[in-house]
Write a protein that binds this ligand. Structure first.
Ligand code: ATP
Ligand code: MG
Length: 344
């Protein structure tokens, strides 16, 4: 069966939106709206899998919404909303908790990385995070999910859950007139030179909202001076840039900066090296500062403007939630029938 092509993705309102979120996810969201029907969520239910200050969470939710709009996502053409306003996300996640296997979740590397040695003290929500993510995607029967490299494993788990649901309930799906498959198997979209932007301080660590050092990341709201200072101080090695991509392999920090430049400029890493290869690192860094300020400056300024009008942001989220819920409610009705829940 052919499913209608639809894009779904989300960003957590956990503060400090950064260049990795922008290049790995948000720029892809913007590009996909030209061709697809897109739903972009601010995943606040995911955010509380680790502690969030209730006084900060609304601000962070509005900031992600502002980042979406400031980056060029049209909230009229697409759906922009926050997850907690559509209760069906939690409802479908429960069904998926009963479809997914503990062994599957035990393999998730994000959980292992986030809990470190303190597994016993992690929230149950953090462990079942991927079931909720599968529900986010499949509630809209989305077929494409643009994400950074770090979320690949979770999208694959969503496919496994969709497939097991389709198999386990195959007879019921058929009996209720939904054909052979109820859920599509969603595909991750992970492309381009910046699918995993690394920390500016440590080329082995992903750039992340939760890194204690602000110098590890470029925040979308950083001003020109902050961007310049962070890039100037970014860790590098003393060698000049290589002429070819192969030369970047043993040099994660250099590779990262070249990838950032390529993604911001919309060209390949090879193209960047053909321009800067053989030259001094400082020359390249200066060019990167100019490019980053030119691309991110206007977005940060627009975000600041938008967040000064929370009423407008909340209207966008309310309108998006209503439109999302119309689709979600249809899916949930069908799921209830398929599973065998008596309903009104
Ligand atoms: P947290 O530390 O709270 O998990 P995060 O920076 O990982 O924050 P998320 O909200 O979890 O941000 O992820 C939003 C999107 O940004 C996802 O698609 C994720 O894959 C992508 N993303 C996150 N970090 C990076 C990165 N360093 N490079 C590329 N993409 C990234
Ligand atoms: Mg994350």
């Amino acid at each position: 069966m052919a499913f209608k092509e639809r894009v779904f993705s989300g960003v957590q309102p956990t503060g400090n939106l950064h260049l990795g979120n922008y290049l790995g996810a948000i720029t892809k969201f913007v590009a996909l709206q030209e061709k697809y029907d897109c739903i972009y969520c601010v995943v606040d239910l995911h955010a509380i899998t680790v502690w969030q200050d209730p006084a900060e969470l609304p601000k962070a939710t509005r900031e992600v919404t502002a980042a979406y709009i400031a980056s060029g996502i049209d909230p009229k053409k697409n759906i922009i909303f926050n997850q907690s306003q559509v209760a069906e996300h939690a409802e479908l996640a429960w069904v998926f908790n009963c479809v997914a296997r503990i062994g599957w979740l035990n393999r998730m590397t994000q959980f292992k990385e986030k809990v470190g040695k303190d597994r016993e003290n992690a929230s149950v929500g953090l462990f079942v995070y991927p079931s909720l993510m599968a529900a986010d995607i499949l509630l809209y029967r989305a077929t494409h999910v643009p994400v950074g490299e770090d979320q690949k494993q979770h999208v694959e788990l969503a496919r496994d859950i969709a497939q097991k649901f389709n198999n386990d309930f195959g007879a019921s799906i058929h009996a209720h007139g939904f054909g052979d498959l109820f859920f599509p198997l969603p595909e991750p979209i992970i492309q381009g030179p910046a699918t995993r932007v690394m920390s500016l301080r440590d080329g082995a660590k992903k750039m992340s909202k939760s890194d204690a050092s602000d110098y590890s990341r470029i925040n979308l709201t950083d001003d020109a001076d902050a961007i310049a200072q962070k890039i100037r101080k970014a860790k590098t090695d003393p060698e000049p840039l290589p002429g070819e991509e192969k030369g970047l392999e043993p040099r994660p920090e250099a590779d990262n900066l070249v990838g950032i430049y390529a993604a911001l400029q919309g060209v390949s890493k090879a193209k960047v090296l053909s321009e800067f290869g053989g030259g001094q690192f400082s020359t390249f860094k200066m060019a990167l500062v100019d490019l980053a300020v030119a691309k991110l400056g206007p977005i940060g300024a627009e975000m600041k403007k938008l967040t000064q009008d929370p009423v407008y942001i909340d209207t966008v989220l309310a309108d998006g939630s209503q439109r999302a819920q119309t689709i979600a409610a249809e899916t949930m009705k069908a799921v209830k029938d398929i599973v065998g829940f008596v309903r009104r």
